[in-house]
Design a protein around this ligand. Sequence first.
Ligand code: GTP
Length: 337
Amino acid sequence: MEKNLASEPDRNQITKAILLVGGKGTRLAPLTNHTPKPMLKVAGKPVTEHQIVKARDAGITELVLATSYLAEVFKPYFGDGSKFGLKITYAVENEPLGTGGAIANAALELDLEPNESVMIFNGDVLSGHSLQSQIALHQKANADVTLYLTKVVDPRAYGCVPLDEEKRVKAFLEKMENPIADTINAGCYIFRKNALQQIPVGEVVSVERDVFPALLSKGAGVYGYLDTNYWIDMGTPQSFIKASRDLLMNPHLSSATKGVVGEALIGSNVQIHPTAQVGGGSVIGDGCEISEGVSIFGSMIGENVRVGSGSQISNCYIAPNQEVPDQSVFSDQIIGE
Ligand code: GTP
């Protein structure tokens, strides 16, 4: 039986976290040309806000935002965190350090006890998994690292992470045509300080490609917390639109949407013709005009958009200030960026 790196058990509540929000979000371009992916709004709030609130609700009191791409937009919104009920600081990478390098850089902001563990979140994941249960496994296993894993029907697009009977991670396998497991990395990790210290500081490092394989080869105790509740990675335009729709239709998924959940989230100064129908988890931005006979389903409509009469829009994102001609029919599209 392999030994964990950790010698002392960690029975302490985890109160510190790092949120990785510095990626370029290339798959979501052009939406990410001027707004970093974590600041895009789903169900009316930035993705990062949904995650911060979830972390706070699980007992996190201090959180570092690891920023790089368009780093300057985070602080004006989140400030010192007091509005959100926790302390927020910022670790800025002038050149992106990759997911692993970002973790090592952000960890410098946290004054960690020798045996303390930290939660780490990818900034583009929304999940219904219980952070407390993930923490409980980490502590019970006396793990060095505990990863949140989920199952997907088609794991070919993901690296897969097989587990043994004791929930110990056996391998980190790159994307492959015939995956040997359907369990994948779901983008939320717990690292104990000793495992964090294995990541080189100031270098470009990938947590998936470099850090996890290196920890496994050193015999570290890397465990997988498998949870098949709601999970979405908002890396693509369709999954981004879906996430917004899902949050509005399933109020329990984020307490950041308290009071605004339902079939539709309507901004201020919006005119909706009495014969128009808006639903299915749609967001209508401020100042929009929705004309006669329009149907909008599961879509995100930016500010000051005018939708011409008779148009049918489903599962779309429409950029702000667009003029949608009468009788338009759009589905599963990004319009006007
Ligand atoms: P794509 O370019 O579309 O792949 O998106 P991405 O840049 O967000 O990359 P990916 O989805 O692999 O990133 C996972 C998480 O890590 C996201 O929340 C990113 O914001 C974050 N991330 C990726 N690279 C870096 C980096 O170099 N520095 C920091 N601070 N965060 C990063």
